[in-house]
Design a binder for this molecule. Structure first.
Ligand code: CAA
Length: 246
C-alpha cells in the first residue's frame, strides 16, 4: 500500500513542487490549505487536469484544534500520515523598527507553532508503527538572519532546535526528523521582494547567480522521505546555491 505524505501549504511555491514529486514517487499525497483560500478547488481541478489526484483539506496550521481535526479526517479517509512536510509559511517583512506585535505573532504562529501543531498529531502513530518522516522546511534566513525578517528568521531558526530535540527522542523508533534550509527559490514569496532589493542586495550574494527552482527543493524532500535516508536525522540540509556555507 502506498504511503501517505501530508504537505502543509502544498498549493503554492515549494509545496506544489513537493506534492508533484511525491505523487510521481507513488505516495498518496495530501495537502492542507488555509480555510481562507478561495482558490483551493480551482487548484485541485488544474492538478487533476495534469493527471494528479491530490487530496486537499482546509486547515489553519496556526491553530492546534484545526490541525487535530484535519489530521483526524485524513487518517479516517486515507490512512495514517507516514511523511509530514511542514512547509506552510508566511512572511511579514519589515524592519524591526516598523514591526508590530501582531506582525511578530502571526509569523511565529504560522511558521513555528504550526510545526508543533501538526507534528503532535502524527508523531505517536509514527512511533507506534515504527516508521515515519518529518521534514521541516526552514530557510537560509533562519541560519544567517535577513534584513527585514526578525520575525521570520526567529521562527525559521526555532525549527532547527525543534528538529534536533525531537530527532533525539524518536531516533530509536524508526522515525527521522530533519530540517531543510532553502535559499532564495523562484516562488511567489521571493518574487514579492522589491525587484531593486532582489537585484542589488540578494542575487549578488548567491554564488550560482540565480534563484533556486522549486523542483530542486522537492528532490531534497523526496530524498529525506526515502528509505535510503533512514540514517539522516536531526540534520539541517542547506540548499541555497552557495549563498551561505558553514
Ligand atoms: N541589506 C542591507 N540593507 C538593506 C536591505 C538589505 N537586504 N534591504 C534594505 N536595506 C536598506 C535600504 O537600502 C535602505 O537604506 P537607506 O535608508 O540607507 O536608503 C534601508 O535599508 C531601508 O530600506 P527600505 O526603505 O526599503 O525600507 P522598507 O521598510 O521600505 O523595506 C524591507 C524594508 C521590507 C526589509 C525590504 O527591503 C524588503 O522587502 N527586503 C527583502 C527582505 C527579504 O529578503 N525577504 C525574504 C523574502 S523570501 C523568503 O523569506 C524565502 C526564504 O526563506 C529565503
Amino acid at each position: 500500500m502506498s504511503r501517505v505524505a501530508l504537505v502543509t501549504g502544498g498549493m503554492g511555491g515549494l509545496g506544489e513542487a513537493v506534492c508533484i514529486k511525491m505523487a510521481a514517487l507513488g505516495y498518496k499525497v495530501v495537502t492542507t490549505y488555509s480555510p481562507s483560500n478561495t482558490k483551493a478547488k480551482d487548484w485541485l481541478k488544474q492538478m487533476q487536469a495534469q493527471g494528479y489526484d491530490f487530496h486537499a483539506y482546509p486547515c489553519d496550521v496556526s491553530d492546534f484544534d484545526s490541525c487535530k481535526a484535519c489530521v483526524d479526517t485524513v487518517t479516517k479517509e486515507l490512512g495514517p500520515v507516514d511523511v509530514l512536510v511542514n512547509n506552510a509559511g508566511i512572511t511579514r517583512d519589515m524592519t524591526f523598527k516598523k514591526m508590530t506585535k501582531t506582525d511578530w505573532d502571526v509569523v511565529m504562529k504560522t511558521n513555528l507553532d504550526s510545526v508543533f501543531n501538526m507534528t503532535k498529531q502524527v508523531m505517536d502513530g509514527m512511533v507506534d508503527r515504527g516508521w515515519g518522516r518529518v521534514i521541516n522546511v526552514s530557510s537560509v534566513n533562519g541560519q544567517k538572519g535577513a534584513f527585514g525578517q526578525t520575525n521570520y528568521s526567529a521562527a525559521k531558526a526555532g525549527m532547527h532546535g525543534f528538529t534536533k530535540a525531537l530527532a533525539l527522542e524518536v531516533s530509536r523508533k524508526g522515525v527521522t526528523v530533519n530540517t531543510i534550509s532553502p535559499g532564495y527559490i523562484g516562488t511567489k514569496m521571493v518574487m514579492a521582494i522589491p525587484q531593486e532589493v532582489l537585484d542589488s542586495k540578494i542575487l549578488p550574494q548567491i554564488p550560482q547567480g540565480r534563484l533556486g527552482k522549486p523542483e530542486e527543493v522537492a528532490g531534497l524532500v523526496a530524498y529525506l522521505a526515502s528509505e535510503e535516508a533512514a540514517f539522516v536525522t536531526g540534520a539541517n540540509i542547506s540548499i541555497n546555491g552557495g549563498q551561505h556555507m558553514f
